[in-house]
Write a protein that binds this ligand. Structure first.
Ligand SMILES: [Zn+2]
Length: 124
């Protein structure tokens, strides 16, 4: 089930999150920004009010899911590149739009859930 192309407002929110994620990995972020990012959860995330369906409650990006390593950094840089090219939110495998709920959890996702599962199965 494909998602929809993210709106410009969504993309701006994701860009902010991605830049902040990047800062956390590279250490290029101040404690103040860290607080603004909302490590404890209040402010991070994307407005879900325009959303219907998939998840009814506010789902925020969780830092616990972010691995602070070079792979994540590369994925974040790629996602930022995709924002520039207008491809952000598109699955790099099947080219469908990734569900917004997934992007909220993993803004730097390269693939939709179906493709990611298929890739993981191939790898195992
Ligand atoms: Zn896909």
């Amino acid at each position: 089930m494909p998602g929809k192309r993210p709106t410009a407002a969504d993309i701006e929110s994701f860009r902010t999150i991605l830049v902040q994620m990047r800062g956390m990995i590279t250490g290029d972020i101040s404690d103040l920004e860290r607080d603004a990012f909302g490590i404890d959860g209040e402010k991070a995330g994307v407005d879900t009010t325009a959303d219907s369906g998939s998840d009814s409650h506010y789902q925020e990006f969780s830092l616990e899911l972010l691995q602070l390593d070079e792979n994540s950094l590369r994925a974040i840089d790629e996602a930022l590149d995709r924002i520039e090219t207008g491809e952000f939110g598109r699955c790099q495998t099947c080219k469908e739009w990734i569900m917004k709920g997934r992007l909220r959890t993993v803004p730097h996702a390269r693939n939709c859930i179906a493709c990611q599962r298929a890739l993981e199965q191939e790898a195992s």
